[in-house]
Design a protein around this ligand. Structure first.
Ligand code: ADP
Ligand code: MG
Length: 693
């Protein structure tokens, strides 16, 4: 249960004094439901009220603080029209403008003939200066009460800065002092303030510089978040490791047979990864290993060898893919090898019900099948194994940590190998997987020629079309990608449809079109026609990003490449370069290019190393936007910015490891405080793992 000291922080925002349900809902929309979310909704800017010009010198559009004499109230007859209060100084006049005025508060706040200090944004309306709804109105003697610098917050329609700022102030008042969870030496070295003081500092910026990501207060909160993340992952890992593993040692019989049946030799990187996995499997502790490899780097065969070790040792293995298409693709690749080497495969897919499925399940339960290939359908309760010893999860970023553990739970302490095709920078690997062991396939299978990448402005489209014609005459197959921008799917669809029609004009009927709105049977049929060579060009929105493998396709043309992220462009380019033919990637862009887009396209031309590209992507965009965090399954941080605070992540990892080594039950004084930290970042599930299992 969450410790009582944190309760005020998890109270609903609507419960704050002066907020209420209506504003509570609006604030919730931008910040989150509880007080703690509000505290973490950090200022996005400042308003400087120190600028106090005379009216004649007040620039339009600026925030100014004016000392004015109140001259006249002009209440409108029609209450829908604005209420104006004319004021002046020695140099000019200004109308303070108010909409929807209730009662007589303006007469009290702005009595005729008196001097008031007024702060807000100055505008011009026709010939007159106006200030609509001043932010502050105070008598001259209270001028000291005017804030000179005010924080600005992200808002939403119907929510004013004034209400937001008031809510934040109320939340700050309720924020308790919390016991320190960080190591005293670290705090001293970094000159970090205590938690509450850091929060207060960040909400009371003194200048633009206070908003920087590298202030001690901001770094402290970022580190809080990173440590909570790493500690939670370390607890999951400790839990997995605590379950007694088993030693799996194979006799090499199946691996030898598969090696003989493969039409190629393993690359050095593949052999190395298999050796690392073999050592993990032989060790008595449970394996928890991540296999990272670019698209086409040959992860499947590494997974197969790992599974064969389990089968040679008399146990079973399972391979879980994120989609049916990918699961089927794995089946298709592995079936001939199974026939040649003599191991037994079954598929467990979501769609299949009835006899075939019942039989597959029975064979897994009896041990009549050695390896199951499937989707998340493998997680269903009715899927049972006689002796599941190894679980391989492909394209991991679509599954959460939780699902990984669930499949692991089907075997008695099954070993886990996670494979990801999304090259993730090291820092991000750490946030998503924690302290997992990592094997990387950095080398391409032999015989692969590097893809030639060109960056070309869209106005040279005719030239590209002419090149494409020549290439098709020589037997090439081409992907033509039109971008999908989320907000206007229809517009994008129109663009793709239009391109399809135009290409048909120049190329004839052998041009197909796939997009997300098609029924999956239609989509499959078109993709199959392209794979079979019945179509020369496949016009596609980004639906081809995942799960299509046509080795004969050797050209990919991406329209409006400047709209894609680096990781996405890299994934798209990975669709070609899979066969013997020299492959090309043409990135068409609309000029003029922004600085970031230019840098992205430049990197694409310079390298095809997914790991370098991923690091650059992180540098250019920040982790938040990388791949879209939701899609990638990477945790979204609120306070930490991995581009700025990445170095702290490794510190957090070491810190988390050390803490759990010394105090696995988190029972000591620092341990108790660290539990608070976990609750503070809503890692309640991780707290429950402490000492369990
Ligand atoms: P990914 O890592 O993207 O899952 P795959 O395992 O699907 O890659 O492999 C991509 C292609 O490379 C497949 O057609 C596979 O047969 C082939 N391949 C894998 N390893 C080698 C190798 N060592 N030499 C040549 N081709 C290989
Ligand atoms: Mg794969």
């Amino acid at each position: 249960m969450r410790p009582a000291i944190l309760n005020p922080l998890f109270a609903p925002i609507a419960a704050l004094q002066g907020v209420g349900p209506k504003f509570g809902r609006l604030i919730e929309r931008v910040a989150g439901p509880s007080l703690i979310d509000l505290l973490w909704h950090l200022p996005s800017g400042i308003i400087d009220r120190r600028f106090a010009p005379k009216l004649a010198a007040a620039p339009e559009g600026a925030i100014v603080t004016l000392t004015l004499r109140v001259d006249e109230h002009r209440a409108p007859r029609n209450p829908r029209l604005p209420y104006k209060v004319r004021c002046s100084d020695e140099t000019g006049v200004v109308d303070l403008v108010f909409f929807r005025v209730h009662g007589d508060y303006l007469e009290k706040a702005l009595p005729i003939g008196r001097v008031r200090v007024v702060s807000g944004r100055i505008e011009r309306y026709g010939d007159t200066l106006q200030m609509p709804h001043p932010d502050h109105i105070v008598p001259l003697e209270d001028v000291a009460k005017l804030p000179s610098i005010e924080p600005v917050y992200g808002l939403t329609e119907g929510l004013s800065l004034r209400v937001m700022a008031k809510a934040v102030r109320a939340a700050l008042e309720r924020a308790p002092e919390l016991p320190e969870w960080h190591d005293a030496a670290l705090l001293a070295r970094e000159a970090w303030p205590a938690w509450r003081s850091a929060v207060l500092t960040l909400h009371r910026p003194e200048s633009e510089a206070s908003l920087a990501l590298d202030t001690p207060a901001r770094r402290r909160l970022a580190y809080d978040e990173l440590l909570a993340n790493q500690l939670a992952l370390a607890l999951v890992r400790a839990r997995v490791r605590r379950a007694r593993g088993r030693s799996l040692v194979g006799d090499g019989r199946l691996r030898a047979a598969v090696t003989a049946a493969l039409p190629y030799r393993l690359t050095g990187a593949q052999a190395r990864a298999i050796k690392e996995i073999e050592a993990d499997l032989a060790a008595p502790a449970r394996m928890l290993r991540l296999l990272q490899g670019d698209v086409g780097s040959g992860k499947t065969v590494v997974a197969l060898f790992a599974m064969l070790i389990a089968v040679e040792a008399g146990a079973q293995a399972a391979l879980m893919a994120p989609t049916e298409i990918l699961a089927r693709q794995h089946m298709k690749t592995l079936e001939p090898l199974a026939a040649a080497a003599g191991f037994r495969l079954v598929a467990v897919l979501g769609r299949e019900r009835g006899r075939g499925r019942a039989e597959a399940l029975a064979r897994l339960a009896d041990g009549d099948a050695d390896i199951a290939i499937g989707t998340h359908a493998l997680l269903e309760e009715e899927v049972a194994f006689r002796d599941l010893a190894l679980v391989v999860i492909d394209e991991q970023h679509r599954f959460g940590v939780h699902q990984r553990l669930m499949l692991g739970a089907k075997g008695s302490a099954a070993d886990v190998l996670v494979m990801t095709a999304t090259p993730i920078p090291r820092t991000l690997t750490l946030t998503a997987y924690g302290d997992m062991d990592v094997s990387r396939l950095t080398e391409r299978p032999a015989g692969r020629k590097p893809i030639e990448t060109r960056v070309v402005p869209l106005d040279r489209l005719d030239e590209i079309v002419a090149h494409a014609k020549q290439a098709i005459a020589q037997g090439a197959r081409i992907y033509w990608v039109c971008p999908l921008v989320e907000e206007s799917e229809m517009v994008d669809l129109a663009a793709a449809t239009e391109r399809h029609a135009a290409l048909r004009q120049s190329f004839g009927a052998r041009v197909g079109l796939v997009h997300g709105r098609l029924k999956s049977a239609e989509k499959d049929a078109t993709m199959a026609a392209f794979a079979a060579g019945a179509l020369d060009i496949l016009v596609a929105t980004t639906v081809i990003e995942v799960g299509i493998d046509v080795p004969e396709a050797s050209i990919i043309i991406v329209e409006h490449a400047e709209r894609f992220g680096l990781a996405q462009l890299h994934q798209l380019r990975g669709r070609v370069g899979r066969g013997a033919r020299q492959s090309h990637c043409v990135l068409l862009y609309a000029a003029p290019l922004g600085e970031t887009a230019r840098a992205r396209l430049h990197i694409m031309r310079e390298t095809d190393d997914g790991f370098i590209i991923a690091e650059e992507d992180l540098r250019l965009r920040g982790a938040g936007e990388l791949l879209g965090t939701r899609q990638s399954g990477l945790p979204a941080f609120r306070l930490a910015d991995l581009a700025a605070h990445g170095a702290l992540l490794a510190v957090a990892r070491d810190d988390a490891r050390l803490v759990l080594d010394r105090d696995p039950m988190l029972g000591g004084k620092r341990g108790e405080a660290l539990r608070l930290l976990l609750y503070l970042f809503e890692r309640d599930a991780a707290v429950r793992l402490i000492g369990s299992g």
